[in-house]
Design a protein around this ligand. Sequence first.
Ligand SMILES: [Zn+2]
Ligand SMILES: [Zn+2]
Length: 148
Amino acid sequence: MDKSTNNNSRQGGCCCGLIRYQVSGEPVIVAHCHCQDCQRLSGCGHSTGAMFKIADVEIFGKPGEYILEANNGNRVTKGFCRNCGSPIFGRNSGSEEHLTLSLGTFDDSSQFDPQVVIFSRNKQHWDLINENLPRFDTQPDWKPDNNS
Ligand SMILES: [Zn+2]
Ligand SMILES: [Zn+2]
């Protein structure tokens, strides 16, 4: 494989191909989220997403956007393909400089390793949780900007 070490850009997209994206740089964090919104939006027990700096992400196509209010009052914008319904990204008003891409939409998601589990209190008994990861009942008070 010809894999240049300098070219760390990754691509992904929706199921039907109308939405594509490209991202450079490394994720700020990769997390499993078991919250109820993620259960409904994914149709599964949890979602898994990689958070990047929004400046590192380029989206091609016109995703639909759905806005919901999180428990803490933040506005969460979910981006999805209007044609095939794939969940592509999430943005949170509490962290405007970041965008979280659904891990399963990457062309190759095998190189990511989830680091935390959040909203574990909402986990359903039929869903699996990675017991080796740090786990938070809800969303930790953690700011990707100021990791000192
Ligand atoms: Zn699509
Ligand atoms: Zn969630």
